[in-house]
Design a binder for this molecule. Structure first.
Ligand code: DHK
Length: 157
């Protein structure tokens, strides 16, 4: 007999320009469009008994508002803050106020790229980082944060 896993709520936050994935000429972010990535993540989440809120904004303040809203609601956050990863102390501060688990995700391997992408403020608070594996990495990130949240539950709601 297999036990049903505890249901979890995970928020997946995507930063500036993520809506263009699959459409950018560089193909740094693979060929899956953003809606395709979203459906892949939702399918993966459902298979793990995770309710997923998949969000994207080009605005730093909106991402901060969502992180604050996630307090007391979400068991974990997956975040790809995109270009804000390297600049945003306010996003770092908001994440520091979040009591659940945090996984940082990037489509590309940021350490293989330009030096300005090598320092992440998000990593200061992330429990783990997944980069360079494209859409597969997004699915791994959801599984990782769910496993962490189930191992170390906090009072989400
Ligand atoms: C996405 C972006 O938009 C860039 O600004 C980051 C990240 C890398 C990614 O690989 O998902 O530098």
């Amino acid at each position: 007999m297999t036990d049903t896993p505890t249901p979890l709520t995970i928020w997946f936050l995507n930063g500036p320009n993520a809506n263009l994935y699959g459409l950018d000429a560089s193909k740094n972010y693979g060929t899956d469009s953003f809606p395709v990535l979203q459906s892949r993540c939702e399918r993966k989440a459902a298979s793990l008994c995770v309710e997923l809120r998949f969000l994207q904004s080009n605005y730093e303040g909106q991402l901060i508002d969502w992180i604050q809203e996630a307090r007391g609601v979400a068991d974990g956050i997956v975040i790809n803050a995109a270009g804000l990863t390297y600049t945003s102390i306010p996003i770092l501060d908001a994440l520091m106020s979040f009591p659940g688990k945090i996984v940082e995700a990037h489509m590309s391997n940021i350490w293989k790229r330009e030096p300005f992408r090598h320092h992440s403020y998000i990593s200061k608070v992330a429990d783990g980082v997944i980069a360079g594996l494209g859409g597969d990495g997004y699915e791994f990130a959801i599984e990782a944060v769910a496993r962490l949240a189930r191992k170390h539950p906090h009072a989400a709601a």
